[in-house]
Design a binder for this molecule. Structure first.
Ligand code: SF4
Length: 472
């Protein structure tokens, strides 16, 4: 598949024809969706929790400058350092610089979407730093030289056979050649390789699910425990996070954690929830000698208070991806950048521009499932519609689409003319449908009618039928 959000259409076509990918995507329906539904149904106060979570995020966003400054002061008080990055380039430079100042040669990394957003692995490798992903899914795609295809399950597009082949190819040099037929065997082999990397790493980089202003802590959830080994064994711990991750108190974070686990994987709580506060203090048995937090803006502050403000409440749970029929059909790589699915179709154009990612707001049926399951009640369909509107007013969409929309708007503003034209259209299509009542390939509508027949309109338009009904 081609990288870049411009290639959505081509990527989607290829994904639909890829049998192995289609088989792997089938796991989403049987896994995440059912587990989330059971977890939510088992918690009567889920809706109340959702309202509380939304209120916490909205309050924090309304006072974001205050909470970020407070967070920085607390990190400093704990002996750590906060670094501010407006752009991915600045963030990369800061991370590479911190690693070089630490004299690092090997870097271990936990899963971090901000790390993907800034392309930190490439920057570290270009600086001759060996970089090892420690989350199993991220490790698999690192071996495959692929980007993640899901924000919480990066290798969801891989089957067990794909992973076994990858491990055989890359692990022979470690003297590993055992069977890889069960998930247990696969996990055990990854563990054998990664153990040595954990203990010999100089720097550990993790993401953060939340940052706590009152204590200067970062909270990280994982199901593998790799985040803890990445954060506490190396000499230096670097946390990568977007500025919207801060919340006022630990109490606030617990509300969001209860929503996150259930929405993401259907767990009441993720297996490991770790709180990292500063570097090792005297008397501590373990922990890093230095603690750094790199805070990334990359377009986030521009969204504060504007028509896309709601998107800043996102806690990256992945529920909108799991329930999206488009994501379920084409997978994450088709979206061409790090954030796929409905949340990615909003975020990518906002971060990269509509010229780069103009197809994505249109890669949605607007069925509303994403909004219904979003624990932060983000109105994703409305945000997608706003992007489409912006695309239209800035003349950035396809010319034909713009002309069709302008034509429709012209008619919609003139009801009498609209009724006459639609009556005529219905009559013509009805006649073209013939006795079968179905239409084959239609000019200008090949994408809809190329693979399926369109039922021909029956009788009259809705408005005509309604008027007639009223006269009876
Ligand atoms: S938009 Fe909502 S459902 Fe999607 S990842 Fe963000 S919080 Fe989860």
């Amino acid at each position: 598949m081609k990288s870049g959000a411009r290639a959505f259409k081509r990527n989607a076509r290829m994904a639909l024809e890829d049998e192995r990918l289609q088989k792997a995507l089938g796991n989403i329906a049987t896994g995440f969706i059912g587990k989330r539904a059971r977890a939510v149904n088992a918690l009567p106060e889920f809706e109340a929790l959702r309202d509380a979570g939304r209120a916490i995020k909205e309050h924090t966003l309304a006072h974001l400058d205050h909470y970020l400054e407070h967070f920085e002061a607390q990190v400093k008080a704990n002996g750590g350092e906060v670094h501010w990055a407006s752009t991915p380039e600045q963030a990369r430079r800061i991370v590479v610089d911190l690693c070089q100042r630490a004299g690092a040669r090997r870097v271990t990394k936990g899963k971090s979407m901000v790390g993907e957003e800034i392309g930190v692995n490439k920057a570290l490798e270009a600086a001759d730093l060996e970089t090892v992903e420690t989350d199993l899914g991220e490790y698999i795609i690192q071996l495959a030289h692929e980007p993640p295809s899901h924000i919480i399950a990066p290798a969801i597009h891989k089957t067990r056979g794909d992973i076994a082949r990858l491990f055989r190819e890359h692990h022979r040099s470690y003297g590993l050649d055992g069977p890889l037929e069960t998930p247990r065997q696969i996990v055990d082999e990854a563990r054998q390789v990664l153990r040595g990397k954990f203990v010999s790493a100089d720097v550990g980089i993790t993401g953060a699910n939340f940052l706590i202003a009152e204590t200067g802590s970062s909270i990280l959830v994982t199901n593998e425990g790799n985040g803890d080994l990445t954060a506490s064994l190396p000499r230096v711990h670097i946390v990568l996070a977007g500025i919207e991750k801060v919340v006022p108190t630990l109490e606030d974070a617990t509300v969001l954690l209860r929503l996150l686990g259930r929405s993401a994987t259907g767990q009441e709580f993720t297996a490991y929830t770790s709180i990292h506060t500063g570097a090792r203090r005297s008397g501590d048995l373990d922990g890093p000698e230095a603690f750094h937090v790199v805070l990334l803006d990359n377009g986030r502050s521009a969204m504060l208070g504007n028509e896309f403000h709601d998107m800043l409440r996102c806690i990256r749970c992945g529920a909108c991806l799991n329930h999206c029929p488009v994501y379920g059909a084409v997978g994450g790589h088709a979206y061409g950048w790090v954030y796929p699915g409905p949340m990615g179709s909003v975020l990518t154009p906002l971060m990269m521009g509509l010229d780069e990612a103009g197809d994505l707001p249109n890669a949605s049926t607007l069925c509303g499932r994403c909004e219904a399951v979003c624990p932060m009640s983000i109105p994703l369909p409305s945000l997608l519609r706003r992007l489409r509107q912006r695309q239209f007013t800035e003349k950035k969409g396809r010319r034909f689409t713009r002309m069709a929309l302008a034509g429709w708007a012209f008619l919609a503003l003139r009801p009498k003319l609209y009724q006459r034209v639609t009556n005529l259209g219905v009559a013509v299509l009805s006649r073209l449908g013939g006795r079968a009542g179905r239409l084959g390939r239609l000019p200008l509508m090949q994408a809809w009618t190329g693979a399926r027949n369109l039922p021909a309109p029956q009788g009259q338009t809705f408005q005509a039928a309604w008027r007639r009904q009223g006269r009876r």
